[in-house]
Design a protein around this ligand. Structure first.
Ligand code: DP6
Length: 327
């Protein structure tokens, strides 16, 4: 924590986006934002959010700025209310965030944003960010921002457990030479938020109960693949979880489809790579972008093949990265 003077206290935190391998889709408690299923993700380096929180007695309300523009942030204010309640901090805060990913387009900026905000606010309020990820009160606040955000608190491969809602690191960032190639397929905001999409799916999809019931098996397969460093097994588990989640939401009423035409072109290119013997597997979340998991040594082959369907500027290769930290 940096004390500037007696009237302000501030901290800055950085968090990377995380990409789900075994997906979270659906809530068992909407008010507390408790997930209906567990999930496993990879936190990545170089794409994420940097946030500075500054509590000041010169403010009479919380002020949020994202990428230089002032905006309302109800979830952010709720999160800060929680930090104030726990810490005894009474002042309002100015919050300034910079995202290095397009906001609201299905590239998980809400997760890195909520993780960075929570860690910065916790720290600026004088609470210790060390081991905060094990503190149920802290996790509850992080979840207000986004159900997938607790996963960005830790680096590398991370599991968010359904019952306990605790996060655990399954493998450190440098323990396995993985790459995620991000094919950015739009800069537009999505029309239906994950939150609304999950609610619609749970309410109207005839496949939702099956999705929740079979989900533990997907987690188990992915956990075993990670423990064995078996990339093919992990890639297949990731694609399976991806397709099951999307099948479930596509069966909602009205149907929910985040894919665009180029989403399938990229999936085709990944399958073509596999036919040539290159180990690469795709995943899509609540947006049209495709993220491709491969071994570090296959990065060039994957980028080469994808270059036929996606402009080079929209392809980005990222490594496993660290968890959220105070800067
Ligand atoms: C498709 O965490 O954004 O990316 O909890 O409602 O804020 P809320 O949803 P959010 O949903 C992420 C959904 C997903 C899959 C995943 O990341 O596990």
């Amino acid at each position: 924590m940096v004390k500037i003077d007696s009237n302000t206290s501030q901290a800055t935190a950085q968090a990377g986006i995380n990409i789900a391998l075994v997906k979270y889709w659906g809530k068992r408690d909407v008010a507390l934002n408790l997930p209906a299923v567990g999930s496993i993700s990879l936190t990545v380096e170089g794409l994420g959010t940097t946030t500075t929180v500054r509590f000041s007695d010169e403010l009479d309300h919380d002020v949020f700025e994202l990428n230089g523009a002032i905006k309302d942030d109800l979830r952010g204010s709720r999160l800060l209310d929680g930090v104030r309640r726990i810490s005894g901090e009474t002042r309002f805060a100015s919050v300034s965030s910079v995202n290095s990913v397009p906001t609201g387009s299905g590239l998980a900026s809400s997760a890195s944003g909520a993780a960075a905000l929570s860690v910065a606010a916790w720290s600026a309020a004088g609470l210790s960010p060390e081991s905060a990820h094990k503190d149920a009160r802290f996790l509850e606040l992080v979840r207000i921002g986004s159900g997938s955000a607790p996963r960005s608190l830790l680096g590398g491969l991370v599991e968010l457990e359904r019952e306990s809602t605790q996060v655990t690191q399954l493998l450190a960032p440098d323990a396995w030479g993985l790459r995620m190639i991000v094919a950015r397929l739009t800069r537009e905001q999505k029309e239906v938020s994950s939150r609304d999409g999950m609610e619609r799916t749970a309410r109207t999809s005839p496949y939702y109960d099956q999705w929740v019931q079979q989900h533990p098996q997907d987690l188990e397969d992915a956990r075993a693949a990670i423990a064995a460093r078996d990339l093919e097994k992990l890639g297949r588990a990731m694609e399976r979880s991806t397709m099951r989640m999307h099948a479930c939401m596509m069966a909602a009423d009205p149907p929910l489809r985040y894919w665009k035409g180029n989403t399938l072109l990229v999936a085709d290119a990944v399958e073509a790579l596999r036919r040539k013997g290159v180990g690469a597997w795709y995943t899509m979340d609540a947006g049209p972008h495709v993220k491709i998991l491969c071994a570090a040594e296959d990065e060039g082959a994957v980028l080469g093949e994808l270059g036929h369907v996606v402009p080079a500027d929209d392809l980005l290769s990222v490594k496993p990265g660290p968890g959220a930290e105070v800067k």
